[in-house]
Design a protein around this ligand. Structure first.
Ligand SMILES: *[C@@H]1O[C@H](CO)[C@@H](O)[C@H](O)[C@H]1NC(C)=O
Ligand SMILES: *[C@@H]1O[C@H](CO)[C@@H](O)[C@H](O)[C@H]1NC(C)=O
Ligand SMILES: *[C@@H]1O[C@H](CO)[C@@H](O)[C@H](O)[C@H]1NC(C)=O
Ligand SMILES: *[C@@H]1O[C@H](CO)[C@@H](O)[C@H](O)[C@H]1NC(C)=O
Ligand SMILES: *[C@@H]1O[C@H](CO)[C@@H](O)[C@H](O)[C@H]1NC(C)=O
Ligand SMILES: *[C@@H]1O[C@H](CO)[C@@H](O)[C@H](O)[C@H]1NC(C)=O
Ligand SMILES: *[C@@H]1O[C@H](CO)[C@@H](O)[C@H](O)[C@H]1NC(C)=O
Length: 406
């Protein structure tokens, strides 16, 4: 248990350091009548599905530096053109109405913000410092993902926007927000630090033939000191996923349904890149009707010029990851740790053995993982697949076998 204590100490230090910087914060005000803002901007919708992007931008500019922007209750706002909100500083944004993105695929394909990681894109992006996004009881962000999911079935190159991108944001929060129907991920947090997500409800509803695709709850990328807590997620891809260069994260008190699990990775996807995921604590999470519970996935290695594998070959490290008080219900793999991940293709064991991963996985803890699996991989409840012969698993205090039933 030496390493476990070390990890707890590291996390405590990370938390203590973070606490001195105000992380994870107590939630920002949810009732703006308690706050005396020097300026408040009420956003007025154009109505009739007309684009409100310009009015929103004006409000953000006018009330930046200490003020509040309010999307009012019982109003429908339409965003039909990209919104660059990366100039924000000390501003509280109240979403009490519905914000809906248009689903004009040709328009957005041309005009959305593009980013390199997994060829992604966004309708709008938030960056700066001291930004609190606060959802009111009736506040909703609606991505109208249906058309996007359908189009994606015949066009896998389609760049579908994420619903909420934080890019280069620090000391900020997203609280009590309800989000539905994202074209791809719900939340992408990149190039950011000290972000607290608290009390979110993320919900995907399949409509007719529209099969939701890649509706990850959260993806973290090149970000530090992130907390994600007290939220409910109903989707059909990762509930939370830690992508390259994610450090010091706490995920706690989540109920995930229908998802692919809480995942580290996939890492090592790109040749020449070094991916880091360190110091992650996932605690008090329940996972229902899902493919995976706690998951770590890395691609195998790929020698220069190899054509056997079409992905992988990157390097990196996954270190100090703890899944604690993790409960599964009707989950295929309660635990899945693999160094032979192949994306949509399955990699034959001998190919993986011949191309050991250059992503090192160390100091991983599964503590108090309980519940019932789906029987899909009966008689097993999970899998550990290492591509290198250098494997060391400590069974100290291991009671996974006893606590999980099929
Ligand atoms: C993050 O920062 C990098 C530069 O370091 C930039 O290339 C990228 O577009 C930014 N945003 C995202 C979402 O990756
Ligand atoms: C990214 O998407 C665009 C638009 O569909 C496509 O042209 C491009 O080849 C894609 N790039 C990669 C690296 O997949
Ligand atoms: C992640 O961090 C490593 C080490 O600093 C760096 O080499 C690598 O380029 C970073 N990856 C990304 C995607 O920025
Ligand atoms: C654990 O998370 C659930 C939400 O899934 C919450 O209701 C409960 O209060 C949490 N327990 C603790 C001890 O925080
Ligand atoms: C939970 O997920 C399952 C499987 O995707 C789905 O059938 C069910 O409707 C979801 N439950 C709720 C409350 O959304
Ligand atoms: C194990 O986790 C469950 C939640 O999944 C919690 O109720 C229980 O108290 C934990 N047990 C111990 C010994 O901490
Ligand atoms: C296994 O570990 C030993 C000692 O740490 C090291 O010398 C060797 O290169 C490692 N082998 C592989 C295949 O990583």
């Amino acid at each position: 248990m030496v390493k476990l204590n070390l990890l707890l100490a590291l996390l405590a230090t990370a938390q203590a350091n973070a606490a001195s910087l105000g992380w994870p914060w107590s939630p920002p005000p949810t009732d703006r009548s308690n706050v005396d803002y020097p300026k408040t901007c009420l956003v007025k919708p154009n109505g009739h599905g007309k684009d409100d992007a310009q009015s929103i931008l004006n409000a953000m500019k006018t009330c930046n530096n200490g003020g509040a922007v309010v999307f009012q209750k019982n109003n429908l706002y339409t965003i039909g053109s990209p919104l660059d909100l990366t100039f924000l500083r000390d501003i509280d944004i109240y979403i009490d109405g519905t914000i809906q993105f248009t689903n004009d695929i040709p328009y957005w394909t041309e005009h959305s913000f593009k980013f390199a990681y997994q060829n992604g894109s966004a309708f709008w992006k938030f960056g700066g410092s001291g930004v609190n996004i606060i959802g009111g009881e009736e506040g909703v962000i609606d991505g109208q993902g249906g058309n996007w999911w359908t189009e994606f079935q015949t066009n896998s190159q389609l760049q579908r926007p994420v619903l909420l991108l934080l890019d280069g944001l620090e000391k900020s929060s997203v609280t009590n927000l309800k989000m539905i129907q994202p074209p791809s991920y719900f939340n992408f947090v990149a190039n950011s630090s000290q972000i607290n997500y608290n009390g979110l409800t993320l919900n995907v509803t399949p409509i007719g033939d529209f099969t939701p695709k890649n509706t990850d709850g959260w993806d973290t990328y090149k970000s530090d000191l992130i907390s994600i807590q007290n939220s409910y997620i109903n989707n059909n891809d990762d509930c939370v996923s830690f992508k390259p260069n994610t450090t010091n994260v706490i995920v706690q008190n989540l109920a995930c349904n229908g998802s692919h699990g809480i995942s580290v990775g996939s890492l090592g996807q790109y040749v020449g890149e070094y991916d880091i995921v360190q110091n992650v604590l996932v605690t008090n999470v329940s996972m229902s009707n899902a493919q995976n519970g706690a998951r770590i996935k890395a691609y195998p290695g790929r020698p220069a010029g190899s054509t056997v594998l079409d992905n992988g070959g990157g390097s990196g490290i996954v270190e100090n990851i703890m899944f604690k008080d993790f409960h599964v219900d009707n989950v295929d793999y309660a635990i899945d740790l693999t160094q032979c991940y192949g994306g949509s293709s399955t990699i034959a064991p001998e190919i993986c053995q011949q191309n050991p991963a250059d992503v090192i996985i160390k100091d991983i803890f599964f503590v108090n993982v309980t519940g019932t699996t789906s029987k899909k991989i009966n008689p097993y409840s999970g899998e550990l697949t290492c591509s290198s012969p250098n494997v060391s698993i400590s069974h100290e205090d291991s009671d996974i076998g006893r606590q999980l039933t099929n």
